[in-house]
Design a protein around this ligand. Structure first.
Ligand code: NAD
Length: 733
């Protein structure tokens, strides 16, 4: 079966329909390119064909992008990976350039008009292909997303998209599309000049055909003599300013750690100075450069390939479909309200229970507010709001839980309260309904003791705010059974989030790794390291928030509470007394973080950060001698990644893919690295082990090299080499 098919009508318009087999949205793969290439040749050679329309056979979308496995194939199938990738990309350029030239000769004579007709979403290659056509029509479909999101996974548009969009719009106007991966609906994309015409959906192909038959001019501006880049090329005064500004912006936004953004800018800059075909070659060269950078491969692996595998149930037990029809959410506070919202948005019936009706109603109003915001931004309609709210029954009456097939409990973080609720709920729903707790700190196995059947009890740990955070940590207690795991995974899939499945241990996975990061930051303040150095070191290595800002955001009193509970559980072995000294004293002063408008940072009366709290230096004097940047960065990163390795050794993590994806989505671990395990592979186990030894000697045993890392160092192995498929990770446990 072919991914593209062609039919030619009586008027001589060849309609090329893209319909990737077995996918709900088109994805470009090698077969797709081969089919496209062949059919374009046929259509151009056929005298009966006057012009071509390229469209999609999928309802409401044109294409979701490239199957990034193509790139891995190009790399792996050649003896020289760089040459393999470069030639593979040049081949894609050749096909798209053929469409663009459409049979014209050197003098731009002849040729056949080719239009793209997009029924909806067109992303990545799904827009690069239309950009090579002579006119882009899109159906008036406000849900459609049009853009080039490649930068989000650590690459940039490398199938001519970078060169074409910057030449079509000018470097300045192209910058949000290329550098931020901004996606727009068709009308906005037309306003931005990306596409040419928005037409009613039922007239899409007809309008495109009409244009093809109208005898239009088809030479691209950049193929005309005397063409000048809109907004100015780099040596033009206006262009000069654009590129200077863009360069500063890229470095400001990426702190220099994302190779793709820099390479993209170089491709645009250098490409703007030369003829179009040379610019394509430059784009291919920079694209190859980025693809060979370990950061890009790691980002693609974690943020594209493995994230998708986890979402599709890579670690789902083999049991029947467990899709949720009716969920009971107990506790309508911050988390419960968010869980009710995302469930109702997925079309699931929700019973939202709290001890007071006013609290239950307040929880439901979170959804109303969310939908109102959507309406004001034209992302939702009043009908949709009614429909979503209609799915949520806010009540105090446990009898309403009758018929629920999943319960998610989000009441106070208290063993006794949770046990009571578990018993009360199960009196109504019975032992077969899967019961999940959203606890962030209490052991699942212990909480399961209150349940009638511990096999049906599980942790589903959301992150706050629930509607924004895409990771969900599923935690298996000692007795949790396969049906409960499958139920949790199917639920997470319904609400379109990314799951990781971990075993029960203190703080599970994400919080276990983030707490040492925060603590290392605070410990450095105690030692006299300049707080600004700590915060900037974190950001310069790609962490979204420095440790001091992070603890301000999550609240210092929560830190105190966690520290007290951990100390009570660990007794003499508790390692963080020094950290607690600062943390507790901040809490005593009422400096609880952002919520009290005072913490490690100072805030204005509106709660906006105004800078680090100046008196911190009076309380904890800054030393005359400051550590170098790398030492601070190593302390902050190793604090997290060693905990991730220990979680793997302890069997809390059973799949390093989950460890990496979970770290980036859960706490923003330096995305450029692909996650903690990818980072260790990038720096190499021998170097990592050596750094552990140095850090241990200078700062203490918390940096002791885990056995697994030591062993990989001595065999010069990598985490992905050993555990990359997920299957063998289990062997580490
Ligand atoms: P919250 O205080 O905002 O909400 C708790 C709600 O539970 C309140 O509305 C309360 O009235 C209700 N409640 C208490 N006892 C009840 C009972 N017996 N029956 C019915 N309702 C009852 O707390 P939250 O921040 O939403 O946290 C809830 C749970 O989620 C906790 O276990 C917490 O550890 C966990 N959690 C919180 C976060 C976070 O960032 N806040 C993140 C992940 C997990």
């Amino acid at each position: 079966m072919s991914d593209f098919t062609m039919t030619t009508d009586a008027d001589g318009v060849a309609l090329l329909t893209w319909d990737t087999q077995g996918k709900s949205m088109n994805v470009m793969n090698q077969q797709g390119f081969a089919d496209l290439d062949r059919l374009i040749d046929e259509a151009l050679a056929d005298d009966a064909v006057k012009g071509i329309v390229i469209t999609s056979g999928k309802d409401g979308s044109f294409a979701g992008g490239m199957d990034l496995n193509i790139i891995a194939q190009m790399r792996d199938e050649s003896e020289d990976p760089a040459a393999g990738i470069f030639e593979g990309i040049q081949e894609i350029h050749r096909i798209l350039r053929k469409i663009e030239r459409a049979g014209m000769d050197d003098k731009n004579k002849g040729g056949k008009p080719i239009a793209a007709a997009l029924p909806g979403t067109a992303l990545g290659i799904g827009l690069e292909l239309p950009l090579s056509c002579h006119r882009i029509f899109a159906a008036d479909n406000p849900k459609a997303k049009i853009g080039l999101p490649e930068i989000m996974v650590g690459i940039f548009p490398g199938a001519g998209g970078t060169t074409r969009i910057s030449r079509k719009l000018g470097a300045m106007a192209a910058s949000p599309i290329l550098l931020q991966g901004k996606l727009q609906d068709p009308k906005a994309a037309m306003k931005a000049g990306i596409i040419d015409e928005v037409v009613p959906a039922d007239e899409l192909v007809a309008k495109a055909k009409e244009w093809v038959l109208s005898g239009p001019a088809i030479v691209k501006p950049w193929d005309e003599k005397g063409w000048k880049m809109p907004g100015g090329a780099p040596y033009h005064p206006a262009g000069f300013m654009t590129f200077v500004g863009a360069s500063a912006m890229v470095n400001g936004n990426t702190q220099g750690v994302y190779p793709a953004a820099k390479a993209l800018l170089s491709a645009v800059y250098e490409g703007a100075l030369v003829p179009f075909d040379t610019a394509l070659k430059i784009e291919a060269r920079w694209f190859t450069h980025v693809l060979l950078n370990p950061s890009s491969s790691a980002m693609i692996r974690s943020l594209f390939i493995n994230k998708e595998k986890l979402e599709k149930g890579a670690n789902r037990p083999d049991v029947a479909d467990q899709k949720v029809a009716k969920v009971g959410v107990i506790g309508a506070g911050m988390m419960g309200a968010g869980i009710a919202l995302v469930s109702a948005l997925a079309g699931i019936k929700v019973v939202l229970i709290d001890s007071e009706q006013s609290a239950a109603d307040k929880g439901k109003s979170y959804t109303a507010d969310y939908m109102d915001k959507g309406i004001s931004r034209k992302k939702a309609t009043p009908e949709k709001k009614d429909q979503v709210l209609g799915l949520i029954d806010a009540t105090t009456d446990y009898a309403a839980l009758e018929g629920c097939d999943l319960i998610v409990e989000a009441v106070f973080e208290d063993m006794g309260v949770k046990a009571d609720v578990t018993r009360k709920v199960q009196e109504v729903v019975g032992p077969d309904c899967i019961f999940a707790t959203n606890t962030s700190t209490l052991p699942i196995t212990e909480l399961a003791e209150a349940a009638q059947d511990a096999e049906k009890f599980i942790g589903i740990h959301f992150f706050s705010p629930v509607d924004k955070m895409n990771l969900v940590e599923i935690i298996k207690g000692k007795q949790t059974g396969d049906v409960a795991v499958a139920k949790a995974l199917d639920f997470v899939r319904q609400i379109r989030k990314t799951p990781i499945v971990v075993n029960d241990a203190r703080f599970f996975y994400a919080n276990r790794c983030i707490i040492p990061y925060i603590n290392e930051g605070i410990r450095m303040v105690k030692e006299g390291v300049e707080p600004a150095l700590i915060e900037n070191a974190a950001k310069l290595v790609g962490m979204p928030l420095g440790p001091l800002q992070l603890v301000d955001e999550t609240s210092i009193d929560l830190g105190v509470k966690i520290a007290k509970a951990t100390k009570a559980a660990m007794g003499e072995d508790y390692p963080d007394e020094e950290v607690d000294e600062i943390l507790f004293s901040m809490a005593d002063k009422g400096r609880l973080g952002r919520k009290s408008k005072a913490g490690f940072y100072a805030y204005d009366e509106k709660g906006k950060r105004t800078g680090l709290w100046e008196e911190l230096a009076t309380e904890y004097p800054v030393s005359d001698e400051q550590p170098d940047l790398t030492t601070v960065q190593h302390r902050l990163l190793f604090a997290q990644v060693l905990e991730a390795v220990r979680a793997l050794e302890d069997g809390v993590l059973t799949d390093i893919r989950e460890g990496d994806v979970g770290a980036i989505l859960g706490w923003g671990f330096a995305p450029w690295s692909g996650g903690p395990f990818s980072w260790l592979d990038i720096i190499g186990a021998p170097y990592a082990a050596e750094q552990c030894d140095t850090l241990t000697e200078r700062f203490g045993d918390r940096f002791a090299c885990p056995d697994l890392l030591r062993e990989l160092a001595s065999s010069n192995g990598t985490f992905y080499g050993r555990f990359g498929t997920g299957e063998d990770s289990k062997a580490a446990a």
